[in-house]
Design a protein around this ligand. Structure first.
Ligand code: KG4
Ligand code: ZN
Length: 357
């Protein structure tokens, strides 16, 4: 059947979004549905794993049904089903993978156990016509990684966080400052009227020779300044927010500059070709960070690419797409979910404390 189209159902449930999408092998996104748990978790100032797992279970059937309706397809039209099998909160991952396996078994179609990070890593190819290799800065609430993406299954991790992710630092600091959840957009908005040079905050690991990150010291430093300035009711919140945003941006920019040098060295571009830097993850929505990255990419001779927000933050289209990228290699139904699942198992761990991903 030479011209038969492949309709891939993707399911994502590794954090606080229950998502289902249907993507065709020609890159058309027929549906990309997301049920967010933001309101539920806002009450706690962050994601509570047990609450998240229960919430996934409550809505997953509905979200898949909505995706089919949106795509004007029946479940019998689906050619394969992919689900995030890790890394992530295991309760949520179990809900998504069990659902996907049930569909695959009942319909006798292939099942794909997708690495969530691989979903993010390959998502720019769903949005744009870019070829391997490219450099990826993945910055979200759960991950902060610099990766050379050489092809599906071929990743070189240049750096990761030793403790908190960048988005997590935004969220925790916003909570301390009384700015609500999610913290990134709130801090970006408030920072517009603040002075980014007014409050002196550290730049953890600045000048290090590797590409790893650390944000927990920054979070502590902000909490101390906040206290010294009288707490959230009296402290100059706009100045604190602007100074924090500048500190996080400096850290991301410093390591990304190093990664661009290393990438160009390891993957010299062909004559007339420009290397590509992709930023993905929720934090990529930040304009202040984007502007700095644009400047630094221009300086280093890289083309900067940020996939559209709907593909950049957690979504199921990227999970379906990751499966379409390795269509000939489905997984067995006994594939167990993995709370930890590094993309590059040979990557050198950051020195010091334990690695999170
Ligand atoms: O990719 P995402 O939707 O979910 C995962 O964490 O995987 O990212 C959410 C994170 C949150 O930490 C949120 O505070 C952060 O992205 N974020 C931002 C902005 N928008 C979302 N951080 C900084 N500036 C923003 N404008
Ligand atoms: Zn993610």
């Amino acid at each position: 059947m030479a011209n038969r189209q492949i309709f891939m159902l993707g399911i994502e449930s590794s954090c606080d979004e229950t998502a289902a999408a249907i993507v065709v092998d020609d890159k058309r996104i027929l549906a990309n549905e997301i049920a967010s748990q933001i309101e539920t978790h806002a009450k706690h100032g962050g994601v509570v794993p047990e609450v998240a797992a229960r919430a996934h279970l409550e809505v997953i059937d509905q979200v898949i049904g909505d995706a089919l309706t949106k795509a004007k397809l029946k479940i019998t039209d689906i050619s394969g089903v992919a689900a995030t099998a890790g890394p992530g909160l295991i309760g949520g991952v179990a809900v998504g993978t069990v659902t996907a396996k049930a569909i695959a078994a009942a319909r006798k179609i292939p099942y794909y156990a997708v690495n969530h990070l691989e979903g993010h890593a390959l998502s720019p190819r769903l949005a744009e016509d870019i070829s391997f290799p490219y450099l990826l800065l993945l910055v979200s609430g759960g991950h902060t990684q610099l990766l050379a993406v050489a092809g599906p299954g071929h990743y070189h991790r240049y750096g990761t966080t030793m403790d908190d992710a960048a988005g997590e630092a935004f969220d925790k600091c916003a909570k301390a400052m009384g700015l609500g959840y999610p913290g990134g957009p709130a801090i970006e908005a408030v920072a517009k009227s603040g002075d980014s040079k007014s409050i002196n905050l550290p730049r953890p690991l600045q000048g290090t020779t590797n590409c790893h990150f650390s944000f927990s010291g920054l979070k502590t430093a902000l909490a101390n300044k906040l206290q010294q300035l009288g707490g959230p009711d009296t402290a100059p919140i706009a100045d604190l927010a602007a100074s924090l945003q500048a500190a996080i941006t400096d850290c991301l920019a410093d390591r990304t500059q190093k990664a661009m040098l290393r990438f160009r060295d390891e993957f010299p571009p062909a004559e007339g070709q420009q290397p590509v830097l992709v930023i993905a993850g929720g934090v990529a929505a930040n304009r202040y960070i984007f502007n700095r990255m644009q400047h630094d990419a221009d300086t280093a001779g890289f083309r900067l690419l940020v996939p559209p927000a709907k593909l950049c933050t957690d979504n199921a289209a990227m999970i379906a797409w990751a499966a379409l990228e390795r269509l000939e290699a489905p997984n067995k139904l006994d594939f167990a979910p993995r709370p930890r699942w590094p993309l590059d198992p040979n990557a050198s761990p950051p020195p010091g404390r334990g690695v999170r991903q």
